[in-house]
Design a protein around this ligand. Structure first.
Ligand code: HEM
Ligand code: HEM
Length: 247
């Protein structure tokens, strides 16, 4: 069957970087002690995810047809019908994101934003149980969305003999009679996206001080690793001193 281009370069590059960094951040968080210097890579991966996402959101408004949020299928009734049909009988094919992956994408994006916000709040001195708990809940929501996403892809492959998974690699899907694919897969924008991401990683590297495990993020001091606790106690000490002065 004839295939047509659907996902442009920036969308596909974003997808694989986002997936890789999510796995890295998650695995580090679950296997490395948060006092270890290796834990810094958790936060550097998380901050890079947030950076990639900022670009993906802009691309969601100015990118090619199926990268745009306006092409996402977010009507709850359509999601319900889609899942019911896919499980019971035949699945409806979509050229862009189907309703289930549209929802999974939005859930992953919102959790990633929340993780970056709570992560920054935790490491900038305002550590409270609320931020930590919210961070943990969001990480689990993200993980569930990823698992559902992967189960969906495997399900499509085996039950519907639809190799949907390859569309995030070659950017192509089986053509549909009433829908047109994209005519420009935007390789130059993809290369620019990679260059800007590398610049961001370079910026993070330059702003990160290995000795103090702190990162100056546009003037906000994020204290990573074990220093984090010391900086919190430094704040507490200041408060005590102030209280004493007031006395
Ligand atoms: C940690 C692992 C993964 C994460 C976090 C993830 C995340 C995402 C996200 C955010 C999207 C939406 C892309 C966008 O529009 O920007 C997406 C779509 C997609 N992903 Fe993944 N993904 C993961 C693993 C995989 C794997 C292993 C495959 C296939 C081998 C895959 C195949 C796809 C496909 C085919 C779509 C498009 C679905 C559609 O057309 O409806 N993903 N994924
Ligand atoms: C998508 C990105 C991220 C994911 C998936 C993620 C996931 C996680 C997970 C699973 C944990 C362990 C929670 C627990 O079991 O207690 C954790 C802890 C933590 N994360 Fe993240 N995180 C992300 C981004 C960030 C960012 C951007 C920062 C900081 C700038 C950050 C800072 C932290 C810190 C400091 C902890 C330790 C909290 C504690 O002491 O319990 N994270 N993260």
């Amino acid at each position: 069957m004839k295939k047509t281009s659907v996902y442009d370069w920036p969308t596909r590059l974003f997808h694989w970087l986002f997936a890789l960094l999510f796995l890295a951040a998650f695995i580090i968080a679950e296997t490395v002690d948060d006092d270890s210097s290796l834990f810094s890579y958790h936060m550097l991966a998380g901050l890079t995810i947030a950076f990639l996402l900022a670009f993906r959101i802009i691309w969601g408004f100015i990118g090619t047809t199926y990268a745009r949020f306006s092409s996402f299928k977010l009507k709850p009734a359509e999601l319900f019908q889609y899942v019911k049909d896919a499980v019971i009988t035949r699945t409806k094919r979509y050229l862009g994101h189907n309703p289930a992956s549209s929802y999974a994408t939005i859930i992953m994006f919102i959790s990633a934003i929340g993780l970056a916000v709570t992560g920054i709040l935790m490491t900038s001195g305002s550590e409270t149980d609320l931020y930590e708990e919210t961070h943990e809940i969001l990480a689990n929501v993200f993980l569930i969305a990823v698992i559902v996403h992967l189960v969906g892809i495997v399900f499509h492959h085996f039950k519907h003999k639809d190799a949907l998974w390859s569309s995030m690699m070659d950017g192509k899907k089986k053509a549909l009679p009433d829908k047109v694919g994209i005519s420009n897969i935007k390789p130059a924008a993809g290369i620019l996206f990679i260059i800007i991401t590398l610049l961001w990683v370079g910026y993070l590297g330059a702003q990160y001080d290995r000795n103090t495990q702190s990162l100056d993020l546009f003037g906000t001091e994020l204290t990573l690793g074990e220093e984090e606790h010391e900086s919190v106690s430094a704040f507490e000490d200041e408060d005590h001193e102030q209280e004493n002065d007031d006395d």
